[in-house]
Design a protein around this ligand. Structure first.
Ligand code: ARG
Length: 572
């Protein structure tokens, strides 16, 4: 698409003195109120160099640009030059671009040849996959989609928590009290109950702890029986996780979790040793980070076992060697801020310049309306249950509202799950938020169902447009766009035009909610256009032009929802 801002910058460069085009670009604003133009340029900074009052400079610029056919109007209001684009050329550019690029609209090849690893979700094996995990899962998936859409070579990694001393406990508990059948029937809940029982019993019988430690050592040494049980727990847990990922439409390229690094840590510890970073403390190996105002990082326990942080160090080094990443992103809760700060610092101290390409993308807590979750008090809400409930509730709403659908099961799934994901991605990610059913499933608020419904409405208009819609898309260049230059149509076109920039901004800031917000704006603008204008009129040229704009709005919403990982049903 034509970069109108750039065109204006070039024109301004010719009209000003003593200011670079980069500065001009940075100074051009997009007024929030379109009555002040599509773009505006403040002249305050020019006063010194040009030795003139800012308002005079602005007037001079406006004067010299009269008659330029890029604009319908250029005027100055005090020190500002306000640019009003010629609507026809602008709207034509927008609808033709969407029609040409279709599902690619908004994407680019900005990131070509650059590898970006997005690590997200990363639940712990044999522990509940609960509502708290939804954030990393859904935000991470969207960040992956954003980078992918911008042409980066992306790798989705699920850094499973599948290693550590707790597996010694779990194997011990299973051997004492376990039942194969129970684990098979309900793996996570059953394994969790063993874990809980282990802790209860160990209070009476401390020997259990020793047994668990010995068992973990056997696992680390690769003893067949321990490895077999651990592998089985892992497989069963993964089956449950995969079921949820499938419901969410999420996939991974790699499940290299913590256990994957079990044989890669010695080398890393040795590297730290060689750099003189390790210090002994009560038999354990630590890195003193007091100089950086951080607690010391425990790298190796006195019994020789490694830790979560050791595996993160090994994983980053492995990823650099294996993928040679441009960026290595971690979508992990803000509770782990210190952990990431610590090991990023250690990488830096180890002399890895690429440490700065590792980015922690933190997010806030999700809580439930009736108070926060607590695993200890048994108030765990399984993500799968939430998703199922969303689908069930949506099905009830569909029946109650008499929503038009040809397959209620499919629609209930698309809308119910889409609604939960949309809510996750609606708030700035760092904010804590409260999960609310009323907000999630509201068809009228700024919600997933509202946006999906708008998309389906546009689809229905296009279906009803029939041959005229087909003709409009087939020969977009020949349409008379003067019919789509009214205020409602123009506002809609402006928002569509902005979409590619929104995608870039959301990726740069690791903030999918910027896309969510924009998709809501486009949906609202389309609904206004739909109400203000009669789309399927008898005037064939008018109808075609309006159908093309309808198509552009629909495609933009669909592409936006796609970046959030949400489906866009054709009917509902
Ligand atoms: N398994 C961890 C948890 O559930 C999250 C892992 C985050 N990723 C990482 N590379 N440390 O808390």
């Amino acid at each position: 698409m034509i970069d109108f801002k750039e065109k204006i910058a070039v024109l301004l460069e010719a009209q000003t003195e003593g200011i670079s085009i980069d500065d001009i670009r940075a100074m051009i604003e997009i007024p929030a109120d379109s009555k002040l133009g599509d773009y505006a340029f403040p002249c305050f900074r020019l006063a010194k160099v040009m030795r003139k009052a800012p308002a005079l400079i602005a007037a001079g610029i406006a004067e010299s640009l009269q008659g330029n056919d890029l604009f319908s109007k250029v005027e100055n209001v005090n020190a500002y030059v306000n640019f009003f684009l010629a609507r026809e050329a602008y709207v034509k550019e927008v609808v033709e671009a969407v029609n040409a690029e279709k599902e690619q609209f908004g994407g680019s090849s900005l990131g070509e040849g650059k590898k970006v690893i997005v690590e997200f979700s990363s639940p712990n094996i044999a522990k509940p996959f609960h509502i708290g995990h939804i954030r990393s899962t859904v935000i991470g998936n969207s960040i992956y989609k954003l980078y992918n859409f911008l042409g980066y070579d992306t790798v989705r990694v699920n850094h499973l928590g599948d290693y550590g001393t707790q597996f010694g406990k779990m194997i011990t508990a299973y051997r004492r009290w376990g039942s194969e059948e129970d684990v098979k029937r309900e793996p996570i809940k059953t394994l969790l109950s063993y874990y809980v029982k282990f802790h209860e019993e160990a209070e009476q019988d401390p020997a259990l702890e020793d047994e668990a430690r010995a068992t973990f050592t056997k696992l680390e040494n690769g003893e067949e029986e321990e490895v077999r049980l651990w592998q089985w727990f892992r497989d069963e847990s993964l089956k449950e996780f995969t079921r949820v990922y499938k419901m969410l439409g999420i996939e991974f390229d790699s499940y290299a979790g913590e256990s994957f690094y079990s044989d890669k840590m010695d080398r890393v510890v040795q590297m730290m040793e060689d750099k003189g970073l390790l210090k002994e403390s009560d038999g354990a190996q630590i890195v003193d980070l007091s100089e950086y105002n951080m607690a010391p990082a425990l790298i190796k326990k006195s019994d020789g076992s490694t830790l979560y942080i050791t595996r993160d160090l090994a994983a980053a080094i492995y990823r650099k060697e294996h993928y040679d990443f441009y960026k290595n992103l971690y979508v992990v809760a803000s509770q782990q801020n210190l952990h990431f700060q610590q090991w990023f610092k250690i990488l830096e101290l180890m002399g890895f310049e690429w440490a700065e390409d590792c980015v922690h993308i933190p997010f806030g807590l999700v809580s439930l309306e009736d108070g926060t979750m607590s695993t200890r008090q048994g108030r765990v809400v399984f993500l799968e249950d939430v998703l199922n409930r969303a689908v069930e509730k949506t099905r009830e709403i569909i029946i109650e509202k008499n929503v038009n659908t040809d397959n209620i099961d499919v629609t209930a799934k698309q809308v119910g799950i889409g609604a939960v994901m949309f809510q996750e991605l609606s708030n700035g990610k760092i904010k804590d938020y409260v999960f609310s059913w009323d907000k999630v499933l509201n068809f009228d608020g700024e919600t997933g169902p509202y946006v999906q419904y708008t998309h389906a409405r546009a689809a229905s208009v296009l279906r009803n447009g029939g041959a005229s819609a087909e003709a409009a898309l087939a020969d977009a260049g020949a349409l008379d766009v003067s019919y789509i230059c009214g205020d409602a149509a123009y506002e809609l076109a402006r928002l569509i035009y902005k979409f590619p920039a929104v995608v870039v901004e959301a990726a740069k800031k690791y903030e999918p909610s910027i896309v969510t917000r924009h998709v809501v704006d486009v949906a609202q603008a389309f609904n206004k256009f739909y109400h203000d204008e009669h789309i399927l009129t008898d005037n064939e040229s008018e109808k075609r032009a309006k159908l093309l704009l309808t198509y552009a709005a629909k495609q933009t919403i669909k592409n936006g929802l796609g970046l959030l990982g949400i489906e866009a049903p054709e009917r509902m």
